[in-house]
Write a protein that binds this ligand. Structure first.
Ligand code: G6P
Length: 610
């Protein structure tokens, strides 16, 4: 979602800000803007340029001599008011002496707007953010930190924000509450950003603000403060990231690159975590003793979008291997039904970004009620990771494309590791544990084998792309695979794709089957194969086109279908291998239709607002 970058130093800020904003594009946005502090202290000391559309549109429209050595920039994903030039950030106060960019939502914006209007302030935009600029501008505090802190004291909601003030030309003040804000340290120059992706080309020495913190950033350094302006004395530390991992390189898109990275990412996920001798797994980050694992009587998994669907796969793994009741629920719904939090339930929050607000709020609700939550999170040090009692980092590396691929695969592996762990302190035998651990070790190789058939999937995808609507079907282990397949397909191809349990077809959806509605069916070799094949016959009898993701030894009984065979692993691990062809089908359908694959319309990589 929205992104922030800032620069202060000796160089010209606009090119640095535009480049940084470009690196945040994948998060999803619909307008962009910049403000720079021009030299001198006159009324034109701050110069703003902003507009609806892409960062490249903003760059093309920048006025001549738009120069300054300090500035902040923003990509906005509309929440309050439509995506137009006026609502784009930065927002300024009436005198144009204060400029603010903001991620998050101000809950009491309506009341604050009314109060400001009653005081004679003319609000020009529909946004919640504009009130911050006016509040800072009207504050009587002596310092910019004092003004920002005073403004924040009357605001309810979430923010990552950056403020530039014409009267305090040597600094940018930033603040965080629920929305990430990172300070990057350069050589006599400093950066700020909402995401590491915008910084790594300049610096990997960073300080991540905590909720409730402010920071003063000058060309020479930074200091961190609480809202009462007492120092928190945070130091910057190097982060271990390879800047190249944020580049698409030779790939046409990040999604393509990230799909092909899956074997290597899966290997990183498993490294050091498989114990072949005991048929067990090591998950040190959970901070749990075997006794505590044994005490768990239920597992509840929470995530959004793809993380929710892989959570359903995870619940299946846990029930199969540990025989502990488990289910997954959309984190976005969870806290609104006053959930019962049980002391012997293990709650698992799943999130690539670690920022998804719905998941974060679910975690906070559980912890508030005394529950134990662990995280399956990719981004190290992210809000969800920090909020959990322990966790399993996914080690997928940066995932830039909106559609999650390598992180999703590693989420599945995280569940497999957890399921074996929970199983081996209970009734899962050493033989079964070893069977699973050995199969997991082989999985990265099998992932590679599936991906190697990309050309085959591409051809099928081009046909599917022509259909206005599709079904994805599966049963039991195959159903979350179908759900994730439909999710990917609609996210990036914009074709209507619906997932059903194969068993439910004849209770309704079968009415829609005809030659114009293709069905992608997940049919692993398992106890249900025969029944699944029966359903395929019912579809074929109604001349519905079929694509079947299956295993080589499955006999489809002469049904007319395009087969996509995946290699066999252990049955419990089949779901992830069957998910991979569906990623590639969605990808190639979107490619064929000419869509912007990494930045699908209306979607954002990290959904940081409810
Ligand atoms: C957004 C994306 C989805 C993603 C979901 C969860 O809705 O469009 O593709 O699955 O967020 O993201 P997370 O970072 O929590 O895994």
């Amino acid at each position: 979602m929205c992104g922030i970058v800032g620069y202060i130093g000796a160089q010209q800020a606009p090119p640095i800000l535009l480049e940084g904003l470009g690196r945040l594009e994948h998060r999803g946005y619909d307008s962009a803007g910049l403000v720079v502090r021009a030299d001198g202290r006159g009324p034109r000391a701050l110069r703003v340029a902003k507009r609806a559309g892409r960062v490249r549109d903003l760059a093309a429209a920048l006025p001549k001599r738009f120069a300054g050595t300090a500035g902040i920039g923003h990509t906005r994903w509309a929440t309050h008011g439509p995506a137009n030039d006026v609502n784009a950030h930065p927002h300024t106060d009436a005198d144009q002496r204060v400029a603010v960019v903001h991620n998050g939502i101000i809950d009491n914006a309506a009341a604050l707007r009314e109060r400001l209007a009653a005081d004679g302030v003319e609000l020009v935009s529909d946004t919640d953010t504009e009130v911050v600029a006016h509040l800072v501008g009207r504050s009587q505090a002596d310092t910019l930190e004092g003004k920002v802190s005073e403004a924040l004291s009357v605001i309810d909601g979430t923010w990552g924000l950056a403020v530039l003030h014409a009267d305090f030309p040597d600094r940018i003040v930033v603040a965080r509450n629920g929305s990430p804000l990172i300070v990057g340290v350069g050589d006599k120059e400093m950066y700020v950003a909402s995401d590491l992706a915008a910084l790594v080309r300049h610096t990997t020495t960073v300080a991540m603000l905590d909720d409730g913190e402010l920071a003063t950033v000058t060309a020479g350094g930074f200091t961190t403060l609480r809202h009462d302006l007492t120092a928190t004395a945070k130091a910057a530390t190097p982060v271990d990231v390879d800047p190249d991992s944020y580049e698409a390189g030779v790939h046409a898109s990040y999604m393509h690159k990230e799909m092909l990275e899956q074997p290597a990412a899966a290997e990183r996920m498993l490294r050091g975590r498989l114990d072949e001798r005991f048929g067990a797994t090591h998950l040190g980050g959970l901070n749990m003793e075997p006794r505590e694992f044994r005490a768990i009587r239920r597992v509840k998994i929470l995530g959004c979008g793809s993380a929710y669907y892989v959570g359903q796969m995870g619940a299946g793994l846990i029930e199969d291997l540990a025989r502990v009741p488990a289910d997954a629920e959309a984190a976005s719904e969870f806290r609104y039904r006053n959930p019962i939090i049980e002391p012997d339930t293990l709650y698992v929050a799943v999130s690539q970004s670690g920022e998804t607000i719905d998941t974060l709020l679910a975690v906070q609700e559980i912890r508030r009620k005394g529950g134990r939550v662990i995280g399956l999170v990719n981004v190290v040090g992210s809000a969800i990771a920090r909020e959990c009692d322990g966790g399993i980092y996914l080690h997928a590396g940066p995932e830039v494309a909106v559609a999650s691929t390598k992180a999703l695969t590693n989420m599945f592996l995280g569940f497999a590791l957890l399921a074996v762990q929970l199983g081996r302190v209970r009734d899962l035998s050493i033989a079964d544990g070893t069977r699973l651990v050995t199969a997991m070790a082989a999985l990265p190789g099998l992932v590679g084998q599936v991906l190697a058939k990309e050309e085959q999937y591409a051809a099928v995808a081009r046909t599917l792309a022509e259909a206005p609507s599709l079904f994805f079907i599966g049963r039991v282990r195959g159903f979350p695979v179908a759900r994730e397949g439909a999710q990917k397909f609609k996210e990036i191809s914009y074709r209507h794709a619906e997932a059903y349990q194969t068993s439910e077809l004849k209770h309704g959806p079968l009415a829609l089957i005809d030659p114009a509605l293709p069905t992608v069916a997940v049919v692993p070799a398992d106890d249900l194969t025969e029944r699944n094949v029966g359903a395929l016959h019912e579809i074929a009898a109604r001349r519905g086109p079929l694509v079947v993701v299956t295993h080589e030894d499955v006999d489809l009984g002469g049904v007319e279908a395009v087969r996509l065979d995946v290699p066999r692993s252990e049955p419990e691990l089949d779901p992830i291998l069957m998910t991979l062809p569906l990623q590639l089908l969605a990808y190639h359908a979107a490619l064929h239709l000419g869509h912007d694959i990494d930045k699908p319309r209306n979607l954002a990589k990290s959904v940081t607002v409810e």
